[in-house]
Design a protein around this ligand. Structure first.
Ligand code: SF4
Length: 379
């Protein structure tokens, strides 16, 4: 357990000090590229010999960004722009911003005005993403992005470079999938907040280094004797669950994360990039293969059925819908997801979170009540 605790502390330290991590990358003479959600082609950054640096906002109060965004834009974008204006990302050579939702469509322009020192690389991929035309469109976009990255890195990006980078990412995704399973088997060793830190740390460090640490942790978890499974098993869904206060409330109510359908977590690592002769095609296919995410076109709302299967496979007691405040795509999905959970007999609670939130008392009461209902259901 000592080894596990020291590894978990290392992940926590990395996850809670992104600026320190960025300074470390820069001090090693490497260039770093900011990567905003969702599904930016990070492999191309690595293929260009640079380090992708994940940007998902942070818990902070917003003042400067209010000059650019109305108050009802999600806190991921508000806090990211705020931190950009305050200089928290100084040193990045560029930032990749996708057009994944209506709010993100304004982000690139606001960033260009608010943070003039860090240029924007626009990221687009097809919404009809698995059709032949969609694949071709995404490939053309990825090649354009590779051109911009090559200019910043001042070197060519070959197909072999991209293929090698894909292998690094696939190995990282496999390591995270194995960790997620091991953590669900050992809730006595990995609390919800620690699970989040392990995944989050990967956004702030070179992926191969992250993989090595995650593999070490998983091996240590796998060597533990089987744990008593008396916690309430929860599957989380949403955009991001990186809310230390909420995750602490889950732990206090003896809840563990059995699996997730969260963009910041499993949606990043559930699908590998297929290995194809033209690596850009594989990257485009991966986007086509990803399902269950509110920002990706999902006719028929398959997300809901996927979530029900995930909850059943994970033998979950219930589902926690973590609604990012002012996130339209998630609000639209809530009703169909709720209907499917209801007909599948899976209890679900929705909790609204916000990176500017200071009081979690309402969430605490809701989680406590939900935990009580789940315990009663088990009897
Ligand atoms: S999908 Fe939602 S949380 Fe993500 S950037 Fe758009 S509005 Fe914000």
């Amino acid at each position: 357990m000592h080894n596990i605790n020291s590894l978990l502390s290392e992940f926590e330290n990395i996850a809670s000090n992104p600026r320190k991590q960025l300074d470390k990358i820069l001090s090693e003479g490497k260039k770093a590229i900011g990567v905003m959600p969702y599904l930016c082609p990070e492999e191309l950054v690595l293929a260009a010999g640079m380090v992708p640096f994940g940007i998902w906002g942070a818990e902070t109060q917003v003042s400067e960004a209010k000059r650019y965004f109305p108050a009802f834009i999600c806190s991921i974008l508000q806090t990211t722009l705020e931190l950009g204006i305050r200089g928290a990302y100084d040193g990045l050579s560029a930032i990749m911003i996708p057009f994944a939702c209506d709010s993100l469509k304004c982000m690139g322009t606001n960033w260009k005005y608010g943070v003039k020192t860090i240029p924007v690389i626009d990221v687009a991929y097809a919404q009809n993403r698995s059709s032949q035309a969609g694949i071709e469109f995404s490939v053309s976009q990825f090649k354009k992005i590779a051109g911009s990255l090559a200019q910043i890195a001042q070197r060519e990006i070959s197909s072999e470079d991209v293929k090698e980078a894909i292998l690094v990412y696939n190995r990282n995704r496999a390591a995270l999938r194995a960790f997620s399973k091991a953590a669900a088997q050992h809730p006595e060793a990995v609390r919800p907040g620690q699970r989040c830190d392990v995944i989050k740390a990967g956004y702030f460090m070179p992926r191969d280094e992250h993989t090595a640490l995650v593999e070490k942790l998983t091996a240590a978890l796998d060597s533990l004797p089987p744990a008593k499974q008396d916690c309430l098993r929860i599957v989380t869904t949403g955009i991001i669950a990186d809310s230390p206060a909420l995750l602490k409330i889950l732990a206090e109510n003896n809840m563990c994360i059995a699996d997730d359908q969260i963009a910041h977590e499993s949606i990043f690592f559930r699908e590998d990039t297929p290995l194809t002769d033209d690596p850009y095609v594989g990257m485009a296919r991966r986007i086509g293969n990803i399902q269950g995410c509110s920002i990706l076109f999902d006719p028929g709302k398959k997300r809901a059925a996927m979530l029900a299967s995930l909850a059943k496979e994970a033998q979950a007691d219930g589902v926690l819908y973590i609604q990012t405040k002012f996130c339209d795509p998630e609000e639209f999905d809530y009703v169909p997801v709720k209907k499917v959970m209801h007909s599948a007999g899976i209890p679900m609670l929705m909790v609204e979170v916000d990176q500017q939130m200071s009081s979690f008392e309402q969430a605490r009461s809701a989680v406590e009540t939900f935990a009580e209902i789940l315990r009663q259901k088990r009897l």
